[in-house]
Design a protein around this ligand. Structure first.
Ligand code: CDP
Length: 223
């Protein structure tokens, strides 16, 4: 039976991960943070003292990552995020990770009916046939502040201005790359979370995806 997919793409620190997790919980779907795969490749290249811009170095790691390590706090640093954005511009690295993402979408773990996948190219490349697509964004200063709070809670204390510069540079790199650039799918619903707290953003996201997802669930149940 075809699984139901919610694609949640968006800019760095826009809140797409939090929304994706909450949507997955709401519908009892699986959740995949595709950014964690690119971050794992980045960390692997850094640990091996490789060059992230060199295809051979990045590809060797991409072929060997363990996607189950996606909750390793070591991948959440700003440096790993930057390196992730370098390795993610290499076509063969993306191809190596595509298979895992598509398999997750086609057969979500634990026989769940659907999956919520967040990233940059889920609605455009990984799952263009997704049941529902969101593109999440917020003003850069707001995203930088949220990421600063997150990193602070995790015990790191980078300057907020440095985080803002990093986020803006990473978005620019992600938007301008030749392969799978960061951009909304033509059929994505846009959600700006700048002036919304988590609960309000979730309510807005749910309102946008609910009709499509509920129709698909009904169709699966044959009614
Ligand atoms: O959490 P945050 O928004 O900071 O970033 P992330 O989703 O963990 O992604 C880190 C980096 O991985 C991004 O800046 C992209 O360069 C890359 N990425 C990608 O190219 N395609 C995806 N589907 C997900 C992430």
């Amino acid at each position: 039976m075809t699984s139901i997919i919610i694609a949640v793409d968006g800019t760095a620190a826009s809140g797409k991960g939090t929304l994706a997790k909450k949507l997955a919980r709401h519908f009892n779907f699986a959740h995949l943070d595709s950014g964690s795969l690119y971050r794992l490749v980045a960390l692997g290249v850094m640990e091996a003292h490789g060059d992230p811009a060199k295809e051979a170095d990045a590809l060797a790691v991409a072929r060997a990552i363990d996607p189950a390590r996606g909750d390793d706090p070591a991948i959440r640093t700003a440096e790993v995020g930057n390196v992730a954005s370098i390795v993610s511009a290499i076509p063969s690295v993306r191809a190596a990770l595509l298979q895992f993402q598509r398999a997750f979408a086609a057969t979500p773990p634990n026989s769940l009916a659907g999956a919520v996948i967040d990233g940059r190219d889920i609605g455009t490349v990984v799952c263009p046939q997704a049941t529902a697509k969101l593109f999440v964004d917020a003003r850069p200063e707001i995203r930088a502040h949220r990421r600063w709070l997150e990193l602070n809670q995790a015990g790191a204390a980078p300057a907020e201005a440095a985080i803002l510069a990093e986020i803006v540079a990473r978005d620019a790199r992600d938007r301008s790359r030749a392969i799978a650039p960061l951009k909304p799918a033509p059929d994505a619903r846009l959600l700006d979370t700048s002036d919304l707290d988590i609960d309000a953003a979730f309510a807005a996201a749910l309102a946008l995806v609910k009709p499509g997802v509920e129709n698909a669930l009904k169709a699966r149940q044959g009614g």
